[in-house]
Design a protein around this ligand. Sequence first.
Ligand code: IMP
Length: 499
Amino acid sequence: MAHYYMEPSRTFSEFLLVPNLTTKDCNPSNVNLKTPIVKFKKGEKPAYSLNIPFSSAVMQAVSDDRMAVALARSGGISFIYGSQSVEGQAEMVRRAKSYKAGFVVSRSNLTPEHTLKDVLELKERTGHSTVAITSDGSPKGKLVGIVTGRDYRISRDSQSKTVSEFMTPFSKLIYGKSGITLSEANDLIWDHKLNCLPVVDEQGNLDYLVFRKDYDEHKENPSELLDANKSYIVGAGINTKDYAERVPALVAAGVDVLVIDSSDGYSEWQKETIDFVKSNSDVKIGAGNVVDREGFLYLVEAGADFIKVGIGGGSICITREQKGIGRGQASAMIEVAAARDEYFQQTGIYVPICSDGGIVHDYHITLALAMGADFVMMGRYFARFDESPTRKLKVGNNFVKEFWGEGSNRARNWERYDTGGKAGLMFEEGVDSYVPYAGSLHENLSKTIHKIKSTMCNCGSLTIAELQQNARITLVSATSIIEGGAHDVILKENSIAGE
Ligand code: IMP
């Protein structure tokens, strides 16, 4: 006979947190959101932690190198999407790993043989007024000079004048040497009243440009997530098909953490993939998704470093409708967190869990953490920002960004849904959609983080571990959900109910 779960499976919106005593020291500025992302032994430190409990989804519409840089700057991690060629994904990882805040690879470059006309055309096209002059016109070629608006007079100079005649030659340039820090570069900029400092390597090849105007934006980021070489920590998604080719390429590109991206992770394919990764590299690897104790234990025994939880709750997901599998996200979290705690009691090994999909309101994040998640993964949330890879469009009077599921026809990520057998799938498990455009990641994330910290203070907790320990959580009735929004008032135009 089939096994029946006698309780209905529940979602985050069916729960609320009940406040605990808030002591005087319990204010948002004292809350620390640092959280482990890979397994560790009791008393030891995890090899990787996040400074904020956020990861961005393994999706074409969410996590490319630009998102990876933006999120790591704020203290979280992106898992760059794997539904692209091995080379394409490795290149994104490489770009994110080699990104240095404030150090820009020059995008407007010419040779000394070009003319003033070429300079003006380039400026028109790119909007950049600083042009690097390299021997071969490439961004990393030998630096022979710089041209800015101060080097020519359009009214007097002939457009056929060659760049070598009016550029500021290398011999007269103030420059920094590769390896210089951003604050050292900034000192040179200030001491010599420069707008732009070229950074060159030992052979005189151009490495980066540092602009005065960028400094303020980059100078402070107390939460940024960096490795020992001061590069951002970067994750990537893999599948259970082409890992033998994909994983070595990602490792060579410098990836820090991998995750197997699958709608149903309770499978022998995942075990084989983990085996391969563990026997061929030191790279950390998460697995999933699972929604119960059995799935969790299977992947932990297989060697996974963290486990992702959630089937069918994603905003673009139609898996439950199409296949009738899944579980309410809250019920899945509660069961897996209990299994994780029990495993920790028995073995002394703590395996972080990630709540993936279905986060709609900011308080859902706090609930997920209170229910035992160490971090969350979100797609829709991040897709709304400038930094997501998709187009921003105007639909009616509103700006939107495109957002499509990995199981949609558009993404064609069939590996994620494959259960073996025939290659390719016969039906979709995701939709193609828009999400409201919301502006910059940094601004939105700051607000969300403030809300989470503030709720944690209501719950008398200064860390995620304390929240997991002390939270009191109540089920809400259908009627009290109505009570939770604005009710029995006449809303003024443009006022926002809830969030
Ligand atoms: P969201 O934060 O609610 O948008 O959920 C994002 C999560 O949905 C991802 O991290 C995936 O686990 C899952 N997902 C992504 N694409 C699809 C799809 O096409 N079908 C089902 N689930 C998806």
